[in-house]
Design a protein around this ligand. Sequence first.
Ligand code: CP3
Length: 336
Amino acid sequence: MSNLKDILINKTICKSVWFMRQAGRYLPEFRKIRLQNKDFIKICLNSKLSSEITLQPIKRFDLDSAIIFSDILMVPYALGQNIEFLKDDGPQLSEFSLNTFINNDEKKFSRKLEPVYKAIEITRNELDKKKSLISFVGAPWTLLIYMLKLKKSKTEIDINKLNNSHSTINKILNDLNRYIMVHINNQIKAGADVVQIFDSWAGLAPNENLNSYIFKPNAKIIDFCKKGEIPAISYPKGIKEKYEDFNKIVKPDGINIDPEIDPLWAKEKLKNVVIQGGIDPKILLKSEEDIIETATKYIQTFKEIPYVLNLGHGLLPETDPVKVSKLISFYRNSYG
Ligand code: CP3
């Protein structure tokens, strides 16, 4: 079985592969479009173009699932923050205004994201019926980090900013949860089969706040998905051994592990869930032998449980597409 939606529902042993950031800068066909379109948000709001980009890696590699070309920051954008993607400097959001944030409503929010839903509709019509179309959202904590510019460096957040405004933070997280659920629902109504919830900065949440900033908001989203029979994959990157608690508390259908998680540990500790990913994207910058050695470790470890081949985080821009192709064929030709 290779259809991701069915795998998540039935928790079957399978052979299925897709990659986070499979549409992106490592592909010459994406770079060509990117050169002609300087404004990243405008690409995400151009339904035809984002659909075309979504399908680029499917055409090239015949992957089992497509992930809609969009961004987790489309939610803050729809809630009134301007976003610029500066070269080498990551996304820059305009100053957060609590007043603007509070004055949003769900209709206005959905209207601003209409082009994303249209892109899903176009893509679902063009995509082979056997393949799943994945939609996605950022989890509240990860969105909050960008919205309030909480990050001091890659590994550190501004704790003072957080501690000074505990009640406001909780109010924003709660409201974000509501809009995230609206965005999930709209994407599924437009034709998406599955949703992945990216909590890419979960590892930066202070330990004493893990429950209120990570477990609870993610559990609310997963409960919402369960009620709507929406297959969902969680990705709480960087929380180390807390992956076990996360899985027990949040109970997603699928869980994407990051490169710090030992596959054997994951196999023993993460139960009643489809495990996905884990492979360090940096391995794809190495030799073919290194790639095969690492892939073998993951494929062998998970051969008797439901596992979807993917990475521990997104494909790096400097990746050679030929190496991606080699990894896919090795996986498809492997036993287990
Ligand atoms: O192929 C796919 O995976 C679908 C598209 C997708 C993008 N972003 C397109 C994109 C997805 C799923 C995302 C998720 C996303 N966006 C996350 C969570 C996953 C992760 O990487 O941890 C986060 C944190 C973001 C926010 C974001 N968007 C950042 C930090 C950046 C700049 C740095 C970077 O990695 O490029 C982006 C820009 C972005 N989003 C690009 C793409 C293809 C690069 C845009 C460009 O061409 O400059």
